[in-house]
Design a protein around this ligand. Structure first.
Ligand code: GDP
Length: 461
């Protein structure tokens, strides 16, 4: 990657807007500003109102607010300039073209501003990822989580682990180098309790992070029900639009349809599945597409955070439950029994408590998907289930698979170090563990993962 050029990009969204912001970073940022504004003197971090002119034609382009951030006190750590112009397409286009003509200037690549900030030690990798998450956050809880990570919650935790492993390693290295001198005799015994503490912390961290990973990516709620129970109608009612085809013909929804919902800050992916008929009848009908659909639905439901068992109150409830249960996806801890079409019957006749007991489920709601009745209670049940899954500890949690893989690797190395019979072998495992944790923050051996992380950014960030 070339760090010599001065880079520029539109940092606000493309399209018409009241104001658009263009960012310039690099050693020539101030000199191009001076040329475009015909002004030499800019106070650091102060807004200046200037008329921007095309340096070739001297035609005014716009009146803009500009800010100059001298290195190293800028987002990237380099000389930086921000142009706040009127957000018209012609203005933005011309300013970009004028910047392109300036010496050593080029358009920034995706994520390049943040990458430069990382290279100049303004951020670590978890904080850089948090910027992407902050921009992508669609619910308040996602934003809160990304903001905590941006402020360094994960970095602080991993830095503490790196320091601790490095400390143990230093003790062991000293022991290996000076084993004839007067260091404690059995260094392995001495460091074991510290390694065990780290192992426990990492195990807890992995266990408690599932919730945070889901919060970032979206919780999954799968709707399971026999054909015609009203799954598609429910999905459409939740989405307030026709996302799934509703039809009185059994077996219309062959594959899965997803809809995103923001439930009081929780991002929720609602998944409508193929109807579950008795497996036997599907096989008898030799309907292999339908069978595959049912198997996929059951597999998805198994992994989901919430399982909705949608039953049609106008038919035998226990029979429907037994058909669903054939696919063996049910986990009562995350299941909600949802009784539909309550507009059609007197629900008092249903003996719900007996049903729940025999199904081993303890959450139930009654709705009419078609008439949108009972939704407040149903949504509250979902919210309560999500709250229940929230870890009680407020410790920082990892949010990406990249973090999880690195912590798992570090953990397995520590476990091995703890079982090693020779200090040399333990030291090697500690070194590997250190590198694995270091790769999360970017402090150790990170070149190979940089491209992957910054590729997800878009231009201007
Ligand atoms: P799916 O196969 O489970 O997706 O079921 P659909 O959503 O396609 O619904 C099957 C039939 O039941 C359609 O004719 C719907 O209009 C009807 N239906 C769905 N929900 C309700 C409800 O709450 N009350 C009544 N009376 N009919 C419903």
């Amino acid at each position: 990657m070339d760090y010599e050029s001065t880079i520029y990009a539109l940092s606000s969204a493309t399209g018409k807007a009241g104001v658009s912001v263009l960012r310039v970073s690099g050693s020539e940022a101030l000199s191009s500003l001076q040329k475009i504004s015909n002004r030499s003197n800019f106070q650091p971090r102060k807004a200046h109102l200037v008329t921007l002119k095309n340096p070739h034609t001297q035609q005014p382009m716009d009146e803009a607010l500009v800010l100059y951030f001298p290195a190293p006190h800028s987002f990237t750590g380099e000389e930086c300039v921000e142009y706040h112009v009127h957000g018209g397409l012609a203005i933005v286009e011309e300013l970009l073209a004028v910047l392109q003509q300036q010496a050593h200037h080029r358009l920034a690549q995706a994520g390049e501003f943040t990458r430069r900030a990382f290279e100049n030690n303004k951020l670590d990798l978890t904080e850089a990822e948090a910027i992407a998450d902050l921009i992508d956050a669609e619910t308040s809880l996602q934003r809160d989580q990304a903001f905590a990570q941006y402020q360094g919650s994960l970095f602080d935790l991993y830095k503490a682990w790196v320091d601790e492993i490095a400390h143990i390693l230093a003790l062991m290295e000293a022991d290996l180098d000076f084993s004839d001198q007067d260091l404690p005799e059995d260094i392995l015994l001495k460091v074991k309790p510290d390694i065990c503490d780290l192992v426990t912390s990492m195990e807890q961290h992995l266990e408690q992070s599932h919730f945070a990973e889901r919060l970032r990516a979206g919780f999954e709620m799968v709707i399971m029900g026999v054909p015609n129970a009203g799954k598609s109608t429910l999905l459409n009612a939740l989405a307030w639009r026709e996302a799934a085809i509703v039809s009185p013909l059994a077996g219309t929804t062959r594959d899965m349809i997803e809809v995103d919902l923001n439930l009081k800050g929780y991002p929720l992916k609602i998944i409508d599945t193929a109807g579950i008929r008795s497996l036997e009848s599907a096989i008898e009908a030799q309907n292999s597409i339908e069978k595959i659909g049912m198997e996929r639905a059951a597999a998805r439901a198994k992994d989901a955070d919430i399982q909705i068992l949608l039953l049609d109150s106008t038919h035998d409830l226990m029979q429907q439950f037994l058909i669903l249960n054939e696919t063996q996806f049910l986990d009562p801890k995350k299941a909600i029994l949802l009784i539909n079409k309550c507009d059609k019957i007197d629900t008092k006749s249903l003996k719900i408590n007996d049903l729940l007991e025999s199904m081993g489920i303890n959450r139930v709601a009654q709705i009419s998907a078609m008439e949108r009745i009972g939704f407040d209670d149903f949504l509250q049940q979902i919210f309560d289930l999500l709250e229940q899954q929230k870890p009680t500890s407020r410790k920082p949690a990892l949010t990406r698979l990249r973090h999880r893989h690195a912590v798992e690797k570090a953990l397995s190395c520590l476990v091995r170090a703890n079982q090693a019979l020779l200090p040399e072998l333990a030291a090697e495992d500690l070194r590997l563990s250190l590198r694995a944790i270091g790769s999360i923050t970017g402090k150790v051996d990170v070149e190979d993962i940089l491209d992957k992380i910054f590729r997800d950014f878009c231009i201007g960030k």
